[in-house]
Design a protein around this ligand. Structure first.
Ligand code: ATP
Ligand code: MG
Length: 276
């Protein structure tokens, strides 16, 4: 029906039959994901699956498309071709008679509310307290009553090791503390998936550990996570899988310990020899 969509076609013609089966235990499925900015092709056909409870770490050189891929997962970027599912839903589009139609903004926002994203820069609201930052989206987006949102937020602040910072403002916190608030804020929406884009790379070295500890705890609790990181120790210890991306493609994927100690591709070897 026309009123279900924005009413325009993306022009993407998909080859697979409508209602094609998704792998049962995958929370994220990327199928031949392409993304171009003008004439620059940044993602050149990414196929990846993230199972429920899996922690996938993505590494690769600057400009290889890691951030762009994460942004495609929660539809901050429109795909140029391919398809992407999260939790069984086709992200950003409705598929009808072999064509994709972009969803309305409100529908995209609803899909996105199931996905937590933590960036390199913490992006907290500077005019809100820590508590205000954490309860904002549950109240505004999910219509959770304030008292309930506050109770949950205090639990989350406890979990990220900041039980006494609820009334502080972001500028009064260290970078590591701000990043832990950003994680609590994302968790407050009770997402099924957490995306991290280099969450520790803007931090002073002595603050990296406290953020990785929170992420490790989250992984142990069974959260499905996709983590773009340069922290190879974290990838080895916490990651269930390691993906090496270069120049818009997945070059290599495997168990972190295996990829890190015995990379199969020359490009992976060259990259790891520089960062390890
Ligand atoms: N909005 C945009 N418009 C045009 N080009 C873009 C845009 N976003 C990203 N790019 C380009 O896409 C390529 C991949 O960028 P991306 O940020 O995904 O790389 P990355 O692997 O995350 O790198 P880094 O490790 O430096 O964060 C780069 O060449 C970048 O300049
Ligand atoms: Mg990036």
């Amino acid at each position: 029906m026309a009123d279900e969509t924005k009413g325009y076609e993306t022009g993407i013609v998909v080859e697979t039959a409508e209602g094609a089966e998704l792998p049962g235990d995958a929370l994220v499925v990327a199928e031949n994901v392409h993304k171009s900015f003008g004439r620059l092709e940044v993602l050149k056909g990414i196929d990846l699956e993230v199972k429920r409870g899996e922690v996938m770490c993505i590494v690769g050189p600057s400009g290889s498309g890691k951030s762009t891929f994460l942004r495609c997962v929660n539809h901050l970027e429109k795909l140029s071709a391919g398809r992407l599912w999260v939790n069984g839903e086709l992200m950003g589009y409705r598929q009808k008679r072999g064509r994709l139609y972009e969803l309305r903004d409100s529908e995209i926002a609803a899909q996105r509310s199931d996905i937590g994203m933590v960036f390199q820069r913490f992006n907290l609201f500077p005019h809100l307290t820590v508590l205000g930052n954490v309860i904002e989206a549950p109240i505004q987006v999910k219509r959770v009553p304030r008292a309930q949102a506050t109770e949950r937020a205090l639990e989350l602040l406890d979990r990220v090791g900041l039980p006494d910072k609820a009334n502080a403002y972001p500028e009064q916190l260290s970078g590591g503390q701000q990043q832990r608030v950003a994680i609590a804020r994302a968790l407050a929406m009770e997402p099924s998936l957490m995306l991290f884009d280099e969450p520790t790379s803007a931090l002073d070295p002595e603050l990296v550990g406290e953020v990785l500890d929170v992420m490790r705890d989250l992984a142990r609790g069974g959260m499905t996570m996709v983590v773009v990181t340069h922290e190879m120790g974290f990838a080895r210890e916490v990651g269930d899988s390691l993906v090496f991306m270069d120049d818009g493609v997945v070059v290599e994927r495997g168990l972190p310990a295996e990829v890190l100690s015995n990379p199969q591709h020359e490009r992976t070897q060259a990259f790891l020899s520089k960062v390890l």
